[in-house]
Every structure is written in structure tokens, then in C-alpha cells.
Design a protein. Structure first.
Length: 147
């Protein structure tokens, strides 16, 4: 990847809503329509945009093979928690994307939503966290969406 200054690293983490150790750490910086976060840095007077989840993975786990994707165990594209990030092949990424293309929540995300709901998390909070509507959260918790 690239070398970052401590200031750039600190600025990156300032754009992450760091929650509990096992919870999602949501990206609160720039996000594209796809739901993925991007972090802009200047290198040699040129602006470069990095995928936020790749940078979070790199900062905690080290180099990333450029042929691999950074994926989340939680199904939350805004999640930067290093415990939730792992590397996957292009085939794994395609398969995961097919799971629930409309809302981009995979089976693990659906399970996480149901677990958090059972613990008392409100639908509005879950909807904001996973980037979907409250009505879709209700469909998940009422088992109208498969997992």
C-alpha cells in the first residue's frame, strides 16, 4: 500500500465511529452510492482516494494482496472494525454480493440484525447502522427475509 503519516492515520480514525470491541465501527466520512467509504489523502501534491475498509485492514493487519477483496463478517459495508474485516477472493466477493443484492446484507448481517434486535436494539438504529429502511429491518426480524 502506501506510507502514511501519523497525522493521516489519526485523521482516518477520526472518521470512524468506534464502538465496542465486537460491534461495528461505522465509517462516517465520505461514502459512495455503493455504500463503501473512501478516504482522501494527498501524496506528492496529488489527491488519492483509498477504500476505507482496505485502509482499516491495512493499518491493523498489514499488506493486502491486490487480487483480494476486504470483506466484512457483519455484512455492513461501513464497518471498519478490524475484527470484522477479512480478505476474500473475487469469487467469494461475487458470491457474497449475490446473497442479497438489493440491500447488500448477507446471511451474517441478517443474523447480526436478529441478534441485536433480540438484545433490544431499535429498528431505527439498526436501519441506520446497516444502511437500510426500518421496514426492511422489520422484515428481517419477522423472518420474512431468509438467511
Amino acid at each position: 500500500m502506501i506510507e502514511l503519516t501519523q497525522k493521516q492515520i489519526d485523521n482516518f480514525w477520526n472518521k470512524v465511529d468506534i464502538a465496542g470491541e465486537d460491534e461495528c465501527w461505522n465509517w462516517i466520512g465520505y461514502t459512495q452510492e455503493t455504500g463503501f467509504g473512501y478516504y482522501g489523502i494527498t501524496i506528492d501534491k496529488k489527491r488519492k482516494w483509498l477504500r476505507a475498509n482496505r485502509l482499516a485492514y491495512f493499518l491493523h493487519h498489514g499488506e493486502i494482496d491486490p487480487d483480494l477483496f476486504v470483506m466484512t463478517t457483519c455484512g455492513n459495508r461501513k464497518c471498519m472494525n478490524p475484527k470484522h474485516l477479512y480478505l476474500g477472493t473475487p469469487k467469494e466477493a461475487r458470491n457474497k454480493a449475490k446473497i442479497n443484492y438489493k440491500y447488500k446484507i448477507d446471511d451474517q448481517g441478517i443474523i447480526a440484525i436478529r441478534d441485536l434486535w433480540a438484545q433490544g436494539t431499535k429498528a431505527t438504529a439498526l436501519a441506520e447502522r446497516f444502511g437500510v429502511s426500518s421496514s426492511y429491518i422489520y422484515s428481517i426480524v419477522k423472518n420474512k427475509v431468509r438467511n
